[in-house]
Design a protein. Structure first.
Length: 177
């Protein structure tokens, strides 16, 4: 019994398709086997004389010690954050001409505050014949002593600014870095 030529072509095409599919499955299996061998080589590196359970136990112990170290680091990070909150890290300087007959903006007020608004404001007023400097304590961005407008402005800039932020404030006097 002879097969028709059309049937033979279909059988040949189906055989070729199955062969290609088999090659694809074989290539995928080979690729997965290589990945599995690499993963096993990583585990087997620590295995001596086939002691796979010992390697798993050591790895588990290592993971446990790492978890303890991470917990310790979290405690240290929390303490560092608390210390950083008390650090003076909000700073602003406002330069100005204290007197109409003076130029060059040689007078300044500088505010230095921590995260809660506590710190100092320094003011230096430059005149032709003398320079005077003042320091005032600041608590929660407020002062018990009267503040000049420039001192208030410096405190406002410092209290509102986050570290590293350069404000684009365009009203009135500008802070200078």
């Amino acid at each position: 019994m002879l097969l028709d030529a059309d049937v033979t072509q279909y059988v040949a095409i189906a055989g070729a398709a199955l062969g290609l599919a088999g090659l694809g499955v074989g290539a995928g299996a080979g690729w997965r086997l290589r990945r599995l061998r690499r993963a096993y080589a990583g585990v087997a590196r620590d295995v001596s004389a086939g002691d796979l359970l010992g390697a798993v136990s050591r790895t588990s112990d290592d993971v446990g010690s790492l978890r303890g170290e991470v917990a310790g680091m979290r405690v240290e990070l929390s303490a560092a954050r608390e210390d950083l909150a008390d650090a003076i890290r909000h700073v602003a300087v406002v330069r100005y001409d204290a007197f109409d007959d003076m130029g060059g903006r040689l007078s300044f007020s500088a505010a230095m505050l921590d995260d809660s608004g506590d710190g100092l404001v320094f003011t230096s007023i430059h005149a032709r014949s003398e320079t005077r400097s003042y320091a005032k304590g600041i608590k929660a961005a407020r002062c018990e002593l009267p503040l000049s407008p420039e001192e208030e402005q410096a405190i406002g800039y410092a209290y509102r600014a986050t570290p590293g932020q350069r404000g684009a404030r365009r009203a009135g006097k500008q802070p200078s870095a």
